[in-house]
Design a binder for this molecule. Structure first.
Ligand code: ZN
Ligand code: ZN
Length: 357
């Protein structure tokens, strides 16, 4: 069963006549084609993809399993969608309540004869369970990111560079080795800045004795990758070594707990218990991981509030960290594909403690 058929079945199961996909992410998921403007309309029997002049040629070539029509000033999107739905007798229409604005919904509601119902969870939940092709796309992005990182660690990273310069060297290599670009603005933080989990790369100059945290990914073929490595410039001191060891052990405990059917909270706790046991419980203030795919943060959530069982096929991160304010922080992040009896690590970059120079 392909992704579109899965959506069509879910539309039927929800008792909807049609699902309106208006966000670029949901459209890409359903149609395999990304455009900034347009909509996809999915009924259990038929699908319509609407977009404007800028995208119509590419859409005709690449959208599969949907009728593709062009919107114009005279034949705007909502009118065409409404007529197509009238022809099929559709009344109950699901919409993406998490992204469609109140203003847009009001405009849709001016088309008479429909009942609109929030149904964003439907596509979002389906998106958690990746098919083989999606996992391959994420792995391909990850391979590019790993090549960029290993080269930067081997030939670029040294005292005297700023965080921003290291970031630029990474992004340059993502493009050079075939990515569409970074999957999100990379985090490169050094020294005391590494204690800020989501600090931005700035003008700080790297020094010997710094720990440097790099959290980044590549975007490729509509999918993203996500990884974090923390390395040391010169020799790591005893406290840095201890903290690194605890984070790595916590990450491995979390990864060992991953399998389909477990909740995100159970997996989070497996890692958190290690950090708590080592006395750093107050210094791990974020969740263990998140889903990755078309969006860099998507379901499922692997944190204290992740109550739903995670499905086989989900691609999730494992990224515990310890952040000591004013001193340094360590985070290690891999991406895993969840299976019925465990998970497969999609990240190959080495993660034993690394001292550079
Ligand atoms: Zn990350
Ligand atoms: Zn992440």
């Amino acid at each position: 069963m392909n992704r579109l058929q899965a959506i069509q079945n879910a539309v039927r199961d929800e008792g909807l006549d049609a699902l309106l996909l208006t966000s670029p992410v949901a459209r890409q998921y359903a149609a395999g084609f990304r455009s900034s403007a347009g909509a996809a309309v999915v009924t259990p029997e038929a699908c319509l993809f609407l977009t404007d002049f800028r995208y119509i040629e590419a859409a005709r070539e690449r959208v599969r399993g949907m009728e593709v029509r062009m919107t114009t000033h005279e034949r705007p999107l909502r009118k065409q969608a409404a007529e197509w739905l009238y022809d099929r007798g559709a009344i109950e229409i699901g919409f993406e309540a998490d992204t469609l604005t109140a203003e847009e919904l009001e405009l849709w509601q001016k088309e008479p004869g429909f009942r609109f119902r929030p149904a964003h969870k439907l596509a979002r939940d389906l998106r958690m369970r990746k098919d083989e092709g999606e996992i391959r796309a994420i792995e391909a992005a990850q391979r590019v990111a790993e090549r960029a990182l290993s080269e930067v660690l081997e030939t670029v990273l040294r005292p005297g560079l700023t965080e921003r310069q290291v970031c630029a060297e990474l992004v340059y290599r993502l493009h050079l080795y075939g990515a569409d670009g970074p999957s999100f603005p990379p985090i490169v933080v050094s020294g005391p800045n590494s204690a800020l989990p989501h600090g931005e790369p700035g003008g700080r100059v790297l020094e010997r004795g710094d720990c440097v945290t790099v959290d980044f990914g590549a975007a490729l073929g509509g999918y993203g990758s996500d990884m974090t490595r923390t390395v040391f410039l010169g020799r790591a001191d005893d406290e840095q070594k201890r903290v690194y060891g605890v984070v790595l052990q916590a990450q491995e405990a979390g990864i060992a707990a991953i399998r389909a059917g477990r909740t995100g909270a159970e997996i989070d706790e497996a890692a958190r218990a290690v950090i708590r046991g080592a006395g750093y419980g107050d210094y791990f203030g974020h969740g263990f991981g998140h889903g990755v795919g078309i969006e860099i943060h998507e379901g499922p959530r692997l944190s204290v509030s992740g109550e739903d069982p995670i499905p086989a096929g989900a691609v999730v991160t494992a990224e515990p960290g310890i952040y000591l304010p004013g001193k340094f922080g360590v985070r290690i992040e891999d991406m895993l594909a969840v299976t019925e009896d465990g998970c497969r690590n999609l990240t190959r970059a080495p993660k034993e403690l690394r001292e550079i120079g």
